[in-house]
Design a protein around this ligand. Structure first.
Ligand code: NI
Length: 179
């Protein structure tokens, strides 16, 4: 098990466009495994490789939704390598998003509520599926990372500034507490 440091805004690496994975090999599978460890420990439900400073088009998701309300979270790890959105609905859904690279900040973002996506899994096998609900939101959020986009970029300037101000304040208080 390896926990990797998660980079946070305003790290310029988060603005980099990630490049396709050429070969899905053991190195990639090791990276995927480390990314799951890092994501579960954070804890988070999605992590793109660029968030651990690896500019490859690779992301992991586990919504860890309980099978029944009030039940224990069930692990459902999903790997998306070189993902593409091949269709998106005109209808949108609003969700209060957060991001491990914008810690402890949340804001409502609108995104298509249905998408059709294509990707490779960690064995290099192609998948194509129509996705909706939280999985569709999460995949779109993580795919934004591959383009150097953060969820706060979808907000109005006023709202974005508010989120960044709150983040700066939180960091200051944490630094004070650590001192
Ligand atoms: Ni994120």
């Amino acid at each position: 098990m390896a926990l990797l440091p998660i980079i946070e805004t305003p790290d310029p690496l988060l603005r980099q466009i990630s490049t396709p994975v050429e070969v899905v090999d053991d190195d990639i599978r090791r990276l995927v495994s480390d990314m799951f460890d890092t994501m579960y420990a954070a804890p988070g439900i999605g992590l793109a490789a660029i968030q651990i400073a690896v500019p490859k088009r690779l992301l992991v998701i586990d919504l860890q939704e309980p099978e029944e309300e009030g039940g224990d979270p069930v692990r459902d790890p999903r790997v998306f390598i070189n993902p593409e959105i091949i269709w998106a609905s005109d209808t949108l859904q609003t969700y209060s998003e957060g991001c491990l690279s914008v810690p402890d900040q949340y804001a409502e973002v609108d995104r298509p509520d249905h998408i059709r996506a294509r990707w490779l899994d960690e064995q290099g096998k192609t998948h194509e599926e129509e996705l909706d609900g939280l999985l569709a939101i999460c995949l779109q959020h993580e795919m934004d990372h591959l383009e150097g986009i953060l969820f706060i970029d979808h907000l109005s300037r006023l709202k974005r500034d508010m989120v960044l101000k709150k983040l700066a304040k939180m960091r200051k208080e944490m630094a004070k507490r650590a001192a």
